[in-house]
Design a protein around this ligand. Structure first.
Ligand code: FMN
Length: 380
């Protein structure tokens, strides 16, 4: 069977790299994103398409099962927020081999995002990155929740929540109410919440990096969140260490279940891309330029929290080694977007297959055993 998986991986990788990707990359990036979602919907909507997705991409292995905050994951590789901003493709993800999927970001009100529809994403091909200037476009919590209500998901689903990007003026209570609206709309949909306080493309900045604002938000969330639904906070890749520490300490104080590390990085905060590929003066970078930054944040937060709260590691995961580095640095789960776009959907199964080998090589029988193994807790 392993030989068949290996062969399948070689063929699908070759086909994506040399046939599908060159065609997809002919489209402007935002158009390509929409087209890929349309193809996903078509495949997931009929029996033949679903079977094909499973044959081409699905992979399962018992050593990848992991339990995090009471939720059982078949494998630790999930889709990160931003690919499925309206929560439309939940039938496709389990078939492609994802262990979970984070939808959104969803906002309290309908949000068209930043101006320039059709020109808000830019590929940096050599740098393996995407410059994102979406600004949280989505159909709004109410409409999306109505559509997803009562739907059965075959894998854990994260509900990523952000504040509607509709004003340059930050008003604390209005912002908190906006988050609460989404959390309430999704009270019986999905398995965990991610509170995104780190969108780099909003008009009013990132006001919840401030301790008092974050305390007010966490205290309000504490009132409405459900007992059995973990709540995670997602932070930026390029914060100063003392800003990270303030957020982490506040999260510990309010018994937040974990952190999603990290969101995008502003171009000025990363050196790991080719400057000549940057053709637009707004937005923030995903992919390879975020890889090292986010792993460093994972390592730091794992030490600071003494491994006591959940870490979802995200940023520049393109293969099993990248995922394993984040896990052994302290991440319990991994998310990805850019890797899937650059490498193809077969990369999900290939990463999982690679993780099985890496666990075995290091003598681990589960993901849990590997978490933080190359970042041993320092004596305090
Ligand atoms: C096109 C695109 C849109 C994104 N939109 C969101 C979003 O709405 N909410 C969010 O929390 N993160 C968003 N992100 C950030 C990703 O979830 C992720 O944190 C970041 O891209 C790093 O992971 P990657 O290198 O695997 O892409 C977006 C990323 C991309 C590429």
């Amino acid at each position: 069977m392993q030989l068949i998986y290996q062969l399948r991986g070689l063929i699908t990788t070759f086909f994506y790299r040399w046939v599908i990707r060159p065609l997809v990359f002919l489209w402007e990036a935002e158009k390509a994103h929409n087209k890929l979602k349309q193809f996903g919907l078509i495949f997931a909507s009929n029996r033949f398409g679903r079977r094909l997705l499973k044959i081409l991409f699905y992979y399962k292995h018992s050593s990848l099962n992991t339990m995090v905050d009471g939720i059982n994951y078949d494998n630790p590789i999930g889709l990160s927020a931003g690919f499925d901003k309206d929560g439309e493709l939940t039938d496709a993800y389990p078939l492609t081999g994802f262990g979970f999927a984070e939808l959104g970001s969803f906002t309290g009100d309908v949000c068209p995002g930043n101006p320039g529809v059709g020109r808000r994403l830019f590929r940096l091909i050599k740098s393996k990155s995407i410059l994102v200037w979406y600004g949280l476009n989505n159909q709004g919590a109410e409409a999306i929740a109505k559509r997803l209500q009562g739907k059965e998901f075959n894998i854990p689903i994260g509900i990523n929540t952000a504040k509607t990007n509709n004003s340059v003026n930050f008003v604390l209570q209005i912002s908190i109410d906006d988050y609460l609206k989404t959390v309430n709309e999704f009270s019986n949909i999905g398995h965990y919440y991610t509170i995104n306080i780190s969108c780099p493309n909003t008009q009013d900045g990132e006001p919840f990096v401030n301790r008092e604002n974050l305390e007010a938000l966490l205290s309000a969330l504490d009132e409405v969140k459900q007992e059995n639904k973990p709540l995670y906070i997602k932070i930026a890749a390029d914060l100063a260490t003392d800003e990270v520490d303030t957020i982490v300490d506040t999260c510990l104080q309010y018994k937040v279940d974990g952190l999603v590390l990290t969101n995008l990085a502003k171009p000025s905060m990363s050196n790991e891309y080719l400057k000549e590929e940057l053709t637009f003066d707004k937005g923030a970078l995903s992919g390879l330029p975020v890889q090292r930054l986010s792993t460093n944040v994972v390592r730091h937060v794992y030490q600071r929290t003494r491994g006591k709260i959940t870490i979802i590691g995200v940023g520049g995961v393109f293969n099993a080694d990248d995922a394993y580095e984040k896990i052994t640095s302290g991440a319990n789960l991994i998310e990805m977007v850019t890797g899937m776009i650059f490498e193809g959907p077969q990369v999900i199964g290939e990463i999982n297959r690679g993780l099985v080998k890496l666990l075995k090589k290091d003598g681990f029988s589960s993901i849990e055993e590997a978490v933080g193994s190359r970042n041993p807790l320092k004596q305090v």
